[in-house]
Ligand binder design. Structure first.
Ligand code: BTN
Length: 261
């Protein structure tokens, strides 16, 4: 991937910054957003030396093998009330493109991972810049493992990873994938608060009906059956006591099935 091929593939993009190597595209995008970057400005990199994931985790981007980009969005006042939907916007747009362009079925591990064959193939990190309590911009950071070199070994990650090319069995043009994904994000954004969007998110939700552990951001661990999503995008979990919880933010772990006796 290089700047020229990106500019050719994305001729109508308002503003675009490409780096062969950088720390984190989200960091650059946050600074650029604070300086006034317009809606739908893009920061992309071929390699990241300090890629970040949710919950202060590291995200590795190996040169020549992945997508790593951050999109700066200027939310409307309605969009700004539902920031968690931006994570779903990125995840659903990628799931759509994987299906439509490559025939690959993926699921969404709430809130921010895209899985193929139960392995993490992409992660999404949404951050925002604020002016007081008003959201000025949303930075939608997306990392996709495309080629096998992008997949970290199982012992280095909390959740086993995979990549698009291995699932597909052939090479994927990263610039074409990026262009299709950006196009889909743009079209899906207008549906973000619709019942169709929520239905699609529910359809893609991984582990429905399964027993999972959710570590809430405050550090509390809840175990229960994953029932689905509430209207506001929070997770519905039925604990062993029968109580139904709504979880706003957290991290899902699949709980091993207990052996009988
Ligand atoms: C996660 O899995 O927790 C989210 C990973 C998000 C990674 C992307 S890569 C592009 C952008 N820049 C970053 O530093 N992080 C996001």
């Amino acid at each position: 991937m290089d700047e020229q091929s990106l500019k050719v593939a994305l001729p109508f993009f308002p503003a675009l910054r490409f780096f062969e190597s950088t720390g984190s595209t989200n960091d650059i995008a946050m600074t650029w957003a604070a300086q006034g970057a317009p809606d739908f400005s893009l920061v992309a990199a071929d390699h990241q030396s300090a890629g970040r994931g949710r919950l202060q985790r590291r995200w590795i981007t190996t040169a020549g093998s992945a997508l790593a980009f951050s999109l700066i969005l200027r939310p409307t006042s309605v969009e700004a009330e539902h920031l968690s939907f931006f994570t779903a916007l990125g995840a659903l747009a990628l799931s759509d493109v994987l299906k439509e362009q490559y025939g690959l079925i993926s699921t969404i591990k709430w809130p921010n991972d895209v899985l193929i064959d139960h392995r993490k193939t992409a992660g999404i990190l949404v951050e925002a810049t604020w002016h007081g309590d008003i959201v000025q911009s949303v930075v939608l950071g997306i990392g996709v493992n495309v080629a096998p070199e992008s997949v970290p070994p199982d012992e280095e990650v909390l959740y086993p990873a995979a990549c698009v090319e291995s699932a597909l069995g052939k090479e994927v043009n990263r610039v074409e994938l990026l262009a299709a994904l950006l196009e889909r994000i743009k079209s899906l954004r207008s549906e973000m608060r619709s019942s169709r969007f929520l239905a699609a998110w529910r359809d893609h939700l991984a582990f429905q009906g399964e027993t999972v552990q959710v570590v809430e951001t405050a550090g509390v661990t809840l175990t229960g059956i994953l029932l689905g999503l509430n209207e506001d995008g929070s997770l519905r979990l039925q604990a062993e006591t029968g109580t139904i919880y709504s979880i706003q933010a957290g991290d899902i772990r699949l709980r091993p099935v207990k052996a009988n006796g």
